[in-house]
Structure formats: C-alpha cells, structure tokens
Design a protein around this ligand. Structure first.
Ligand code: AMP
Length: 279
C-alpha cells in the first residue's frame, strides 16, 4: 500500500493506477463503517484509494478539531488489510495552500438540520471533498448514509460542478447493540454509551410504526423523541422528519421517501443517526 503525503506523490501513483479507481474519503480513526465503504469500493473498482484528512474548515470554533481522535498507525494497518492500494494523508498546508480563498457552498440543502446547527460546516465539507476529488480524480467515490445530509450535499455538488464521478452511498453500519459506528463514540463514558442506545431504539420504533401504517410526521417524530427523553443523559439537538430529496421538514402525512434523522448530545459529544422511511 502506497502512503502519499503530498499531491506530487499522489499524482505520481495515480498516473500508474489500474482503473477504475474508487475513493473513500475519511477523517481517520477508522471503524467498521469506514471499512464497509472500502469493501463496497473493492467490489466495484480495480484500485481502491482512501484518504485520511481531519479537515479544519468543517469544524466550528468551539468544536473538537484539535482533539479529534487520531491513530494513523492503526488506520494504516486496517486499510492495508482491507486491500486499499493507496492512502492519501495530506497536511493542512497541502490541502489549503497559502492564500487559499475558494469555497464551495451548496446553498439549497445546507440551511437545515446539521447545516443550521453547525453554520459553515457544509461549506468546509463541500470544499474539501471537491479538493479531494480533483486531487485523486477517482471514477467513483464512496460515502456513508450515516451522514445523510453530507451525502445529499456531495451528490448535488458533483452534479452541479459537472464532475465526472459517480457518488456511491452506502448503508449505516452499527455495533451489535445498535449504536451507529462513529469515530466520536470513543468520547462516550459507559453510561452515556448505554443511554445512546435510545437513538437507534427510537428510530427502530418509528420504523416499525411506519411499517404498520402510521404516516403522520409529527407522530413519527414523537415516537423517537419519547425514547430519547427517557434517558436523562441525552440532550436532543433535533429530531427531524424531512423529504429525502429536498430535506424540507414534513408536516401532515408522509407521501414519499422521508429521512428520519436526529442529533443528540451526550455532554459535549453530539451523535447522528437516521433511517429512511419509504411508503
Ligand atoms: P468520517 O471519517 O466520520 O468523516 O467518515 C468518513 C466516511 O465514512 C463518511 O462518508 C461517513 O458517512 C462514513 N461513515 C461514518 N460512519 C459510518 C457508519 N457507521 N456506517 C457507514 N458509513 C459511515
């Protein structure tokens, strides 16, 4: 496995890559969710590249950029065993050259949900993903449905900027107890982790009610909220049921595919989870 730390090294290797090339962008501290993206890429692409870059521009001033968990040696072992042929680990200076002034804003989808809770976050995400796609020039790039709004923003950006890349969305991977895998789960104290099981429990309960015929948007949100409110350690940022394409919040009866998503705080740690409900 090649470890490229500069654009020059990446470009050298990329010229010789056997195609198609699949890219899995990550911020490192890898878990089974990341590996599922690598496996999906392996199944479809002759060469699989991964990137590890904790992107400063997508963190707010009071967020965890400095203390975001990092373990490069372990990440490299996991990627090599999974069959990745190149990992790109650029420095901040490489990704944001001196005088860097260009930002990408996907306005339509970013005023709600995580975009409303974290102003500027998706400008940072769209900008760094555009840079990574331009640097690597993959045929396909793989993203998790775990970050559903991020996936929607990236799909729209790739479409709007005419990038010749297929964006592939992959299902959420969970631990055996139902908690969605996340690099940030490492921040949770044992009792917080226990309380965090209410997220998937709430989503599952709403999914069952939906399968049994419940269509009222507010009633579905209430099922999720009720499960989480039973946990004193959990502080709800939002529980949303939105149109899966436009991300506009739904009222009344759910008619088309809908994204039931939430963010819940456990102390300073905010966890995301979601399910898609399809009538
Ligand atoms: P991150 O390192 O958190 O920026 O995530 C890198 C990629 O892995 C993103 O496309 C995420 O959506 C995806 N990802 C993170 N957690 C999961 C998970 N539990 N299941 C599937 N994909 C995930």
């Amino acid at each position: 496995m090649i470890v490229a730390r500069t654009l020059a090294a990446l470009r050298d290797a990329r010229r010789d890559a056997r195609g198609p090339v699949g890219l899995v962008p990550t911020m490192g501290y890898l878990h089974q969710g990341h590996l599922s993206l690598v496996h999906a890429a392996k199944a479809e692409c002759e060469s699989v590249y991964a990137s590890i870059f904790v992107n400063p521009t997508q963190f707010g001033p009071h967020e965890d950029f400095a203390k975001y968990p990092r373990d490069e040696a372990r990440d490299l072992e996991m990627l090599e065993s999974a069959g990745v042929s190149l990992v790109f680990i650029p420095s901040v200076e490489e990704m944001y050259p001196a005088g860097d002034a260009t930002r990408i804003s996907v306005d339509a989808l970013t005023g709600v949900l995580e975009g409303a809770r974290r102003p500027g976050h998706f400008v940072g995400v769209a900008t760094v993903v555009a840079k990574l796609l331009n640097a690597v020039q993959p045929d396909r790039s793989y993203f998790g449905q775990k970050d559903a709004q991020q996936l929607a923003v990236i799909r729209r950006m790739v479409r709007d900027l005419l990038l010749p890349i297929e964006v592939v969305g992959c299902p959420i991977i969970r631990d055996d107890d139902g908690l969605a895998c996340s690099s940030r789960n490492v921040y949770l104290a044992p009792e917080q982790r226990q309380a965090a099981l209410s997220l998937s429990r709430g989503l599952r309960a709403a999914e069952h009610a939906f399968a049994a015929g419940l269509r009222d948007a507010e009633a579905l949100r209430t099922i999720v909220r009720t499960q989480i409110l039973a946990e004193p350690l959990a502080a709800i940022d939002y529980v949303s049921l939105a149109d899966a394409d436009s991300l506009a919040e739904l009222e009344g009866s759910v008619q088309g595919p809908a994204l039931l998503s939430l963010v819940v705080g456990f102390g300073p740690t905010h966890l995301l989870d979601n399910v898609t409900l399809v009538p």
